[in-house]
Design a protein around this ligand. Structure first.
Ligand SMILES: Cc1cc2nc3c(=O)[nH]c(=O)nc-3n(C[C@H](O)[C@H](O)[C@H](O)COP(=O)(O)O)c2cc1C
Length: 429
């Protein structure tokens, strides 16, 4: 059994699996049941001045037979009084002293408001604070959540105010509704953040009802944009985590969030630089017990690789993630079709012929039937045929050994004595 314990900026937990601040962490009853099920930590549903919620609040995309491929909500922060939440946090921490309880906070961008709430939640024994600069709806219209999180100066200033009084580690939760996540991540670091967490939800509208013309969801016939999460957002979240992890200016631990549904997703976030992960939608879809599979899967994975502790894999893929200009232009792969596995459905041929490089031919075989073959000299290795192929193992992407030494775009430009235009050269960048 590998050692699954993590320590995120001083917050320790028995495993890297935390519940994200959301409906699953709304009350002591829920968080205690989650800890009993095996979750290592919980970020409490965001505390602040209690709000009024609307009905209905959620909607989801089902795609290709998969329920809840993407999830959307227009829910706000906690609608329960602060003192009720504080009492339940205190009781939960007493029962589970070794589990991580982090208080998510959102107040108006005023120094005295932050000071007051930080002192109150720290008094009940939380292990850390998470500043919610991410919620994209409702609270943002009141100057909080992503309205703050989209302005680096506001992120920095409010983080600084919290750090003026905080005795526990401060995690800043970032909004993905921004052009460059590293700008706000850096602002959090400059404000003194001990860690960052990302991502919160992405601005979204799930759909429109074709009969009523109402938005989905709607509240008495009116809709508003919501926050998107669940499996569909994982690639966006993973990239944002990776961009922060590889930035030389962001040297604080990362709590990875966004579309994590199983141990494999979690391992990807850890490899890309997250010290731990947070989960919301998958728990809402399948219940708290999914953590059992996550723990078992992570344990088996580490054992199979001969790795003694989960900490050893954190960030291992970060050096492999770079700018496009550092990729080897002379590396070449080509598609190869395994005719014994291919079912001749022709999808690869159509995809290649209509939308790629026209290098898959249909050829006659000896029995008078036909088979598909790639003209490897014309294949650019784009992967499209293997992506659309419905049969596992029917198309392999094979590396072709190049005669040429590795050469990146950046090296090529240098060799040609040409300076590439880069981001920094763009006007007003
Ligand atoms: C219904 C709902 C309510 C949420 N409420 C909060 C909240 O109060 N505070 C917060 O920081 N994030 C909130 N989130 C965002 C989640 O914590 C998380 O960042 C997001 O859902 C991405 O993770 P996931 O893909 O695992 O769901 C909420 C998400 C959902 C679906």
């Amino acid at each position: 059994m590998a050692d699954l314990r993590i320590n995120l900026a001083g917050i320790s937990s028995p495993n890297p699996f935390w519940l994200a601040s959301a409906p699953p962490t709304n009350s002591g009853y829920q968080v205690q049941r989650a800890f009993e099920a095996g979750w290592g930590g919980a970020v409490w549903k965001t505390l602040g001045d209690p709000i009024l919620n609307v009905s209905s609040r959620f909607a989801a995309i089902s795609f290709g037979g998969k329920k809840v491929a993407g999830f959307n909500n227009i829910e706000l922060i906690t609608d329960r009084p602060l003192d009720v939440n504080l009492r339940e946090i205190y009781e939960t921490k007493k029962k589970f002293p070794n589990h991580a309880i982090v208080a998510s906070l959102m107040v108006e961008p005023k120094q005295e408001k932050w000071h007051e709430i930080v002192k109150r939640v720290e008094d009940v024994g939380v292990d850390g604070l998470e500043l919610n600069f991410g919620c994209p709806h409702g609270m943002a219209e009141r100057g909080m959540g992503s309205a703050s999180g989209q302005v680096p100066e506001l992120v920095e200033r409010q983080t600084y105010w919290v750090k003026e009084v905080a005795k526990t580690p401060v995690i800043v939760k970032l909004t993905p509704n921004i052009t460059d996540i590293t700008a706000t991540a850096e602002a959090a670091v400059n404000g003194g953040a001990d860690a960052i967490s990302l991502i919160n939800t992405i601005n979204s509208l799930i759909g429109v009802d074709l009969d009523t013309w109402n938005t989905i969801p709607h509240v008495a016939g009116k809709g508003a944009h919501g926050g998107y999460c669940g499996p569909a957002v994982k690639p966006i979240a993973l990239n944002m985590v990776a961009e922060c992890a590889r930035s030389p200016h962001i040297n604080v631990p990362i709590s990875g969030i966004g579309g994590i549904s199983n141990w494999r997703d979690a391992v990807e976030f850890l490899l890309m630089g997250a010290t731990g992960v947070q989960v919301c939608t998958a728990a809402m879809h399948h219940g708290f017990r999914i953590v059992e599979d996550m723990i078992e899967g992570l344990n088996n994975y580490l054992d199979s690789k001969g790795i003694a502790a989960v900490n050893e894999i954190i960030g291992k893929s970060v050096p492999k993630y770079s700018d496009w200009g550092n990729l080897d232009l002379n590396y070449q792969i080509v598609a190869r079709i395994n005719t014994d596995v291919c079912i001749n459905c022709n999808k690869c041929h159509i995809a290649c012929e209509d939308t790629a490089h026209q290098c898959i031919d249909r050829r006659p075989d000896a029995s008078g039937k036909s088979y598909l073959k790639v003209r490897e000299e014309d294949c650019v290795g784009c992967n499209l045929c293997s992506i659309v192929c419905p049969v596992e193992g029917a198309i392999d992407m094979i590396e072709v050994k190049s005669e040429l030494p590795p050469m990146t775009w950046n090296e090529r430009q240098k060799a040609l004595n040409m300076t590439a235009v880069c981001k920094a050269d763009l006007p007003n960048y």
